[in-house]
Design a protein around this ligand. Structure first.
Ligand SMILES: Nc1ncnc2c1ncn2[C@@H]1O[C@H](COP(=O)(O)O)[C@@H](OP(=O)(O)O)[C@H]1O
Ligand SMILES: [Mg+2]
Ligand SMILES: [Mg+2]
Ligand SMILES: [Mg+2]
Length: 353
C-alpha cells in the first residue's frame, strides 16, 4: 500500500499523544491558558504536539510541519513548561517495540520546546507537509466532550494520509450517534476510536489502544434513502459555525431529527462510519479562515468513506494555500449521492440572508 510507513507512524504517534491528553484530562489543573485569539490551550495540546512532532522528526526529518501550537508562551511561563515536560516524560506506549518505533522518549525539556516549535511551516502547494492539531476541540476536551488528535500528510497540497484519534467516541461503528456517548463510558467498555485513511485506499476505524495498534476494519458512509430522515452534525460552539443557518438548511431539506452537536473532527469520523449522515459548518464571520489542521485528516477520511466534502460554494477544500483554507468558506460534508442536493439547500439559505 502507498504511504504504509507514513500511515503506521501517524497512527502510533496519534495513539501515543492521546494517552497524554487522557492523563491531562484526569487531573484537575489542566494548565489552561488563553491564546491571543482568546481561545484556550492546555498542557494536553502542547504535550501532544511535542510527542507527535518528535516521532515525525525521527522518521521523516526532511518533511515540513504545520502545527497549531507554538512554544513562545512556554518560554515565558516556566512552571507551565515544566508541567508539560512531566507529562511528556511520563507518556509512552505500553508496547515497548511500538514505543521504540516512534524513536523513544524526548531527552530534555529544551528538546520538547524545540519540538513544539518545529510546526511553523508556512505550508503551501509543494512537497511533503504534515498538518497537526494536537487537540482539536480544546473546548470539548475541557468539558469532557468530544475532541480529536489529528494528523495528516499532504504531498504537493493533496492530502494523502489522515488519522484522527477520538478518545471519547465509542469504538463500535454502529453505536448510536450521541454527543455525550463518551461521558458515561469507560475505556474498558469500548471507548476510544482511531479513524484512518490513505488516498485511494479507503478509510478504516479501529480501537485506540494504549500500546500496539489494534485491528482495523473498513468504514463507509451510510447511503441516504430519504433525506428527511438524515442526522446532521454540527459544532457545539455557536461561535465556530452558524447554528441558525444550519437549522434553516435542515428545515429546508425537511430534516426533523435534532442535530448532533459535537466538538472537533469527531464529526468527520462519525459521518464517515455512517453513525451520522451530514456535517454542516456554516461560517459565522465572513473574514474567518479555516485552519488546515482542523480539516485535512477529516476531509480525506470522509472522501475515502464515500463522501464528498466541499465548502459552502461547492469548491473542494484547497490545502495548497498555506496554513489556512483561504479560498474556502465553511464546510459541507455528505454522502456523494446527496451532496449536490444538500449544497443547493445551503446556497438557497445563504442567498436569502
Ligand atoms: N470563528 C471560528 N469559525 C470557525 N472555526 C473556528 C472559529 N474559531 C475557532 N475555530 C476553530 O474551531 C475548532 C474546533 O472546531 P469545532 O467547533 O468543530 O469543535 C478549533 O480548533 P481547536 O479546538 O483545535 O482550537 C478552532 O481552530
Ligand atoms: Mg486551538
Ligand atoms: Mg482544531
Ligand atoms: Mg487544537
Amino acid at each position: 500500500m502507498p504511504y504504509a510507513k507514513e500511515l503506521r507512524i501517524a497512527q502510533l504517534a496519534v495513539q501515543r499523544a492521546t494517552l497524554l491528553t487522557k492523563s491531562v484530562f484526569h487531573t484537575t489543573a489542566k494548565g489552561t491558558v488563553s491564546k491571543e485569539d482568546h481561545s484556550p490551550v492546555t498542557v494536553g495540546d502542547f504535550g501532544a504536539q511535542a510527542l507527535i512532532i518528535s516521532a515525525l522528526r525521527h522518521h521523516f526529518p526532511d518533511d515540513e510541519i504545520v502545527a497549531e501550537e507554538e512554544a513562545a508562551e512556554l518560554i515565558a511561563n516556566k512552571p507551565l513548561s515544566e508541567r508539560i515536560w512531566s507529562y511528556v516524560q511520563a507518556t509512552m506506549l505500553e508496547d515497548e517495540s511500538a514505543e521504540q518505533e516512534l524513536g523513544g522518549p524526548i531527552q530534555s525539556e529544551q528538546e520538547m520546546l524545540d519540538a513544539i516549535d518545529m510546526g511553523k511551516s508556512p505550508g503551501g502547494a509543494k512537497g511533503r507537509i504534515w498538518a497537526i492539531d494536537p487537540i482539536d476541540g480544546t473546548k470539548g476536551f475541557l468539558r469532557g466532550g468530544q475532541y480529536a488528535v489529528c494528523l495528516a500528510l499532504m504531498v504537493d497540497g493533496d492530502v494523502k494520509v489522515g488519522v484522527l484519534g477520538c478518545p471519547n467516541l465509542p469504538v463500535d461503528d454502529s453505536a448510536p450517534l450521541d454527543a455525550h456517548a463518551g461521558e458515561n463510558q469507560t475505556d474498558a467498555e469500548g471507548k476510544g476510536v482511531i479513524f484512518s485513511a490513505v488516498l485511494g485506499e479507503g478509510a478504516t476505524s479501529g480501537a485506540l489502544s494504549r500500546g500496539a495498534l489494534s485491528k482495523e476494519a473498513p468504514i463507509h458512509m451510510k447511503p441516504i434513502e430519504d433525506i428527511t430522515q438524515a442526522t446532521f452534525c454540527e459544532s457545539v460552539e455557536s461561535g465556530h459555525s452558524s447554528h441558525s443557518d444550519q437549522a434553516a438548511i435542515a428545515k429546508l431539506l425537511g430534516i426533523t431529527k435534532p442535530s448532533v452537536r459535537m466538538d472537533s473532527q469527531a464529526k468527520y469520523g462519525s459521518i464517515a462510519r455512517g453513525a451520522g449522515d451530514l456535517y454542516l459548518r456554516l461560517p459565522v464571520r465572513a473574514d474567518y479562515e479555516e485552519k488546515i489542521w482542523d480539516h485535512a485528516a477529516g476531509d480525506l477520511i470522509v472522501r475515502e468513506a464515500g463522501g464528498e466534502v466541499t465548502d459552502v460554494t461547492g469548491k473542494r477544500l484547497d490545502f495548497t494555500l498555506g496554513r489556512t483554507l483561504k479560498a474556502n468558506k465553511g464546510v459541507v460534508a455528505a454522502p456523494k449521492a446527496v451532496h449536490g442536493k444538500i449544497l443547493e439547500a445551503v446556497k438557497q439559505v445563504l442567498s436569502s440572508k
